[in-house]
Design a protein around this ligand. Structure first.
Ligand code: F6R
Length: 259
């Protein structure tokens, strides 16, 4: 696992955006796995900026989002489809027919989950998966004790996740407590994974992910078993890492070696 620690949230997000940009430049028809939430916002802004400046096209890109709330129609204010349109898709040249998000608005949830897995396979799998991490260690909506080999399915959210995400919902809006999420097994099949951990409130989950035991109690720890996982952190999120100095040293050596 590569651990990149940068001074600020902004620096970490620029690193992630540049990584994605280089990836897409090399593979213009890449299949990207995308996340929602706060952690990826500055990265999406930086990608939009690079697109506007003409140095990045998403014309041949396909995307699969990690998750969606059950019961929300795609045009619902709080749906992740709406989030993705507002925060990224409507500002870049992607063909929105090539953007997939689990469909959760009729009762055929299981079929929707199966179809999502088939669709990912039909596209040759995910080349680069972008992740955030929950303060309880979840990735996607794979809450603690999710099977490390789970596939796309319906998950009940923990009280902790519901409370953390309540900030996005107005008092008058009903906040769903279940969601469809890619499984940990699904995520682990991505060729490359880039996880963003930002802020002091993520430091415990980050230390468990990177240095804790491999355990379904911290779903993110599954990344320890991935051959090509990069964890990008700001200083605050990295503050509980025991080998903090080692990760800084390793990245410095990498830069010197490359020069
Ligand atoms: C969202 C997702 C979640 C978030 C995580 C962190 O699609 O998959 O795992 O990445 O809950 O959320 P933020 O970034 O809002 O702290």
């Amino acid at each position: 696992m590569r651990v990149v620690i940068l001074p600020t949230e902004h620096d970490a997000s620029i690193f992630a955006a540049d990584f994605i940009k280089e990836f897409i430049t090399e593979k213009q028809n890449a299949v990207l796995g995308l996340a929602t939430g706060s952690s990826v916002l500055l990265t999406y802004e930086a990608l939009i900026d690079r697109h506007r400046k003409g140095s990045l096209s998403f014309q041949n890109i396909t995307t699969f989002n990690l998750d969606e709330y059950v019961g929300l129609t795609p045009n619902h204010n709080q749906s992740y489809r709406n989030y993705m349109k507002q925060k990224l898709f409507d500002h870049i040249d992607i063909n929105q027919n090539n953007t997939y998000i689990p469909e959760c608005f009729d009762d055929a949830y299981e079929l929707s989950c199966t179809n999502y897995e088939i669709e990912i396979k039909n596209h040759g799998g995910i080349d680069l998966q972008l992740l955030g991490i929950g303060s309880n260690g979840h990735i996607g909506f794979n809450e603690p004790t999710s099977s490390l080999s789970s596939r796309t399915r319906v998950k009940t959210l923990t009280q902790n996740t519901i409370a953390n995400n309540s900030r996005f919902f107005k008092d008058t809006e009903v906040q769903p407590s279940i969601a469809i999420t890619m499984g940990i097994g699904t995520i682990m099949e991505a060729q490359t994974i880039l996880l963003l951990g930002l802020g002091k409130h993520k430091s415990k989950a980050v230390s468990e992910l990177v240095e804790g035991p491999l355990s379904s109690f911290c779903p993110g720890s599954a990344l320890q078993n991935h051959a090509n996982a990069i964890v990008v952190l700001d200083n605050k999120a990295a503050s509980e890492l025991k080998l903090y100095d080692y990760y800084i040293h390793t990245e410095k050596m990498k830069l010197e070696y490359m020069c």
